[in-house]
Design a protein around this ligand. Structure first.
Ligand SMILES: [Zn+2]
Length: 649
């Protein structure tokens, strides 16, 4: 046998190349990839409908080609409508997104196309393909394609109405900016740079608005209790009464959709495709978390109340107008963590490299910086992802703010990965400054990177339906919430958190940061369960008086009493986005805590468990139910124990 030099081997001809981004001509490129892809998808569907192949697997392969073209177009549309520096490109990308949505609705309600799938023989398909067929038929059924024509027309009407109502709900929240007028001395406690940015008007008063950059620091730092209450009340009244009406209409539309499709409630319809399975299980979950968090919630609430009584001895309870302020005081006075000192250990460049080193070591990946490929902005850092010497994906880190760019932190797909066909590509979009980061931002970076790694590792399957973060929606946050733990670990932070003098972050500082972060987690969980109960209940039990229902649920689930005269449901955007499923974030957290318990707390890099997690939870993407993936990793069903232990800590 002759020894073969691996470096001399020709590159694997089946290994897909990265997407070639343009040097210029972005408008044309977005059109070609977006509109061109959609035209191709429509042509493929026409062909499939007119001349369906005889073999089931061939039909599924054609359908996969349709879905791949749509996913490729949709990814480019969603990403570049949010990040491209050129407004014209953003607008073009936005129209691609709208076209994708329209095509999805059209296909979902196309009875001739459905007939092709309904006629297929499911025998002998094998696991993945039979799951794909079953999921495809379910998608069609859930859109109402098997109903009579007048029902389908009504469903189309209702779906369009729901989109309009959603937009109205958001617009009312966005446009109803309220404010209070305070005397300069009522700004006591506010940071100096904030005070400087809020000069006095001609009448000697200062305007404080309900926008986040005002309301968040004001409810946290302003000493004046009355002014705080006034602003918080305004904040919790945004979009009232306009959105009370819009919400009622939106709930009615969802109710009618669920009824037409044969479900007892919208919550049942929505939960069918999630881990939780039924609406009723949402109610049970909310009650269970409420029970588990009660001791911790009462313990920390008592600390707040004791601190409030030092200022106001007659106080018998503490509500949302005071809680944030006194929580901050408790953290400062009793859990002393100096945020100014903390950030000196988190220089942006060092954190970014640290994140790559930590995750590379954990998941057995190498990141190779790519400097010769075009990109949409010079801030973007591109890396090829290698595993076992093979390129398995490409990532793009777009981490600094600029005009017209998406304002939050999120992972976007650029290309869904498919074995031998397309290389998985994902993008992290964040808004960090270039100097020192807050520790919160480091945690966010790890969180979002959890989604990115999931997207890449699950990008080597046969079917686009299961590529990337394609698991049930209530599991999606679990891998990213778990990865946050690495940003709180002394030993992990010691690998990259160093100040300008090269000193490593002291372990006792990390412990103090964790203690401060832990404070209030029980009452936060109770507040979250109040939101989850509201989101669930409104979709199950119709009411004419949402404010009254809100008060009832708040009394039952939150440990903080209702603030008189407020209507927070009118500006609770998640009632629109999550509908009945606001519970999902906490659901994912319970599973994240359990999965994390399988790691060795003294050595978060222990290779065996990390490899098992990578291969059994992340790499399969949507090929199996999330509960099975977790079972496969843990060797048992997941439980609430680790979550309960964390709450009790
Ligand atoms: Zn997330």
């Amino acid at each position: 046998m002759t020894a073969i030099d691996p470096a001399a081997l020709p590159a694997d001809p089946t290994a897909p190349a990265p997407l070639a981004l343009p040097e210029q001509g972005w408008l044309e490129w977005v059109s070609a990839r977006g509109d061109g892809g959609l035209d191709r998808a429509r042509a493929l569907v026409d062909e499939l409908r007119a001349h369906p192949p005889a073999a089931t697997l061939d039909v599924l392969a054609r359908w996969d080609a349709v879905q791949t073209a749509m996913a490729d177009a949709g990814s480019v549309g969603s990403l570049f409508s949010e990040v491209h520096p050129d407004a014209a490109v953003r607008e073009r990308a936005e129209t691609v997104v709208q076209r994708v949505q329209r095509l999805e609705t059209d296909l979902g309600l196309d009875p001739d196309l459905y007939a092709v799938f309904a006629a297929l023989d499911p025998e002998g398909l094998g696991d993945d393909a039979s799951r794909l067929l079953e999921r495809t038929l379910r998608d069609f059924r859930r859109s109402g394609v098997d109903r009579d024509e007048s029902t389908r027309d009504r469903l189309r009407e209702l779906n369009e109405r729901a989109i309009v109502l959603s937009q109205e709900f958001s617009k009312n929240m966005r446009e109803d900016v309220r404010s209070i007028r305070v005397r300069p001395e009522q700004l006591a406690g506010m940071p100096q740079d904030w005070v400087d940015a809020h000069p006095m008007g001609d009448d000697g008063l200062v305007t404080v608005t309900t926008d986040y950059p005002d309301v968040v620091p004001f409810r946290t730092f302003a000493h004046d209790a009355e002014a705080r209450r006034e602003l918080v009340t305004q904040f919790l009244t945004i979009a009232w009464p306009a959105n009370d009406t819009v919400l009622q209409q939106l709930l009615a539309v969802r109710r009618e959709i669920a009824t037409l499709l044969g479900y007892a409630s919208w919550a049942d319809y929505d939960a069918e495709v999630k881990m939780i399975g039924t609406g009723e299980a949402i109610g049970d979950f909310v009650d269970r978390i409420t029970d588990l968090s009660t001791d911790s919630a009462q313990r920390d609430k008592q600390v707040l109340l004791d601190r409030l009584r030092r200022d106001r001895p007659e106080a018998t309870d503490i509500d949302g107008a005071d809680a944030t302020y006194f929580a901050e005081l408790v953290r400062k006075e009793q859990l002393a963590v100096d945020a100014q000192r903390v950030r000196t250990y988190f220089d942006f460049e060092r954190v970014r490299q640290g994140l790559l080193d930590v995750t590379g070591r954990l998941f057995g990946l190498e990141w190779h910086r790519v400097t010769d490929a075009p990109s949409w902005h010079h801030d973007v850092a591109t890396y090829d992802v290698h595993a076992d010497g093979e390129r398995i994906g490409r990532i793009h880190l777009d981490l600094h703010p600029r005009d017209g760019k998406y304002k939050h932190a999120a992972q976007f797909d650029l290309v869904p990965g498919l074995a031998g066909r397309q290389l998985a590509e994902g993008v992290l979009v964040c808004n960090f400054n270039r100097g020192l980061l807050e520790h919160d931002e480091v945690v966010t970076l790890f969180h979002e990177f959890g989604h990115l790694v999931h997207h890449v590792l699950a990008g080597r399957g046969r079917w686009v339906r299961f590529s990337g973060v394609a698991t049930e929606w209530d599991f999606v946050e679990a891998p990213s919430q778990m990865l946050e733990e690495w940003a709180w670990d002394e030993a992990v932070l010691a690998t990259f958190a160093r100040n300008a003098d090269g000193e490593t972050i002291p372990p006792e500082l990390v412990r103090a940061m964790r203690a401060a972060d832990d404070f209030g987690k029980g009452y936060d969980a109770r507040t979250q369960m109040f939101y989850a109960a509201l989101s669930y209940d409104l979709h199950v039990n119709p009411t004419d008086d949402v404010t009254a229902r809100l008060r009832e649920l708040m009394a039952r689930y939150s440990v903080f009493p209702y603030v008189e005269g407020t209507h927070m449901h009118c500006h609770f955007g998640h009632l629109d986005g999550y509908s009945s499923a606001y519970y999902t974030y906490m659901w994912s957290l319970v599973i994240a805590k359990d999965m994390f318990s399988a790691f060795d707390a003294d050595d978060l890099f222990a290779p065996e468990v990390a490899a098992r997690y990578r291969d059994r939870v992340l790499a399969p993407g949507g090929r199996r139910d999330a509960a099975d993936l977790v079972h496969d990793f843990l060797g048992r069903d997941y439980t609430f124990d680790a979550y309960a232990a964390w709450l009790a800590r």
